[in-house]
Design a protein around this ligand. Structure first.
Ligand SMILES: *Cc1c(COP(=O)(O)O)cnc(C)c1O
Length: 210
């Protein structure tokens, strides 16, 4: 059995169907990804639009069941291409970006699912909207008819993420959102214990990135 499949099965056993696994394939070439696709795994994550176009355009035509998740910072000038290729965008954090996604979706009649990224640790260098501006952005997304499914976060590094995950869970519930995108290779079990529904796993499936 291919190691990536073995790794995926190990994680599936640990989380026992409580969340969906996004296999984060950024930086890995398609030959490393194909065994998982052939195994029947459908959710994959990328963080750069051009890399995703190069790797996934043909594959998605052949396998319509694939769900591609944009998990990285998205520039407004790339939104057009992102909306065309991806099924989910996890990194919406400004009104400008939300409006652009809505406009480009309308043009091609595609309703992409979105997450709002929250800067839960209030870190100066991190993407994501601040908690106190979240409610306004959610209202805006609803008013322009975006398919907002949940919140997403990347908690501060080198800290126990538990309290951040708990806070995200509370926020998500307070806005009655059905999905919650949190948890990576190092902390996905804690995320799942706090109601995450999409965990984003790179290195624990594909190995280290260089
Ligand atoms: C790279 C990345 C991941 C996966 O990270 P691992 O620690 O390799 O599992 C998850 N989420 C985001 C936003 C990422 O950029």
């Amino acid at each position: 059995m291919h190691t990536t499949i073995k790794n995926l099965l190990d994680i599936e056993t640990k989380i026992n169907k409580r969340a969906k696994i996004i296999a984060v394939s950024k930086t890995f070439q398609i030959d490393k990804i194909l065994p998982l696709v052939e195994h029947g795994h459908n959710d994959f994550g990328e963080n750069k639009v051009q890399e995703a176009i190069d790797k996934w355009t043909e594959l998605k035509k052949k396998s319509p069941k694939l769900n591609l998740h944009m998990i990285g910072k998205l520039q407004t000038n790339k939104v057009k291409f992102a909306v065309k290729l991806f099924d989910y965008i996890h990194s919406v954090d400004t009104e400008k970006l939300a409006r652009k996604i809505s406009d480009e979706g309308t043009k091609i009649n595609k309703k992409i699912k979105i997450f709002i990224q929250v800067n839960i640790g209030n870190e100066a260098q991190k993407s994501g909207i601040n908690k106190n501006e979240l409610s306004n952005l959610i209202s805006l997304c609803k008013s322009i008819n975006l398919d907002l499914v949940g919140l997403m976060c990347i908690p501060p590094e080198n800290e126990d993420p538990t309290n951040y995950f708990k806070e995200m869970d509370e926020l998500n519930k307070s806005f009655a959102l059905p999905e919650l995108s949190m948890g990576m290779s190092g902390d996905y079990l804690k995320a799942v214990h706090n109601s995450s529904t999409f965990i984003r796993i790179g290195s624990s499936i594909f190995g280290n990135r260089f």
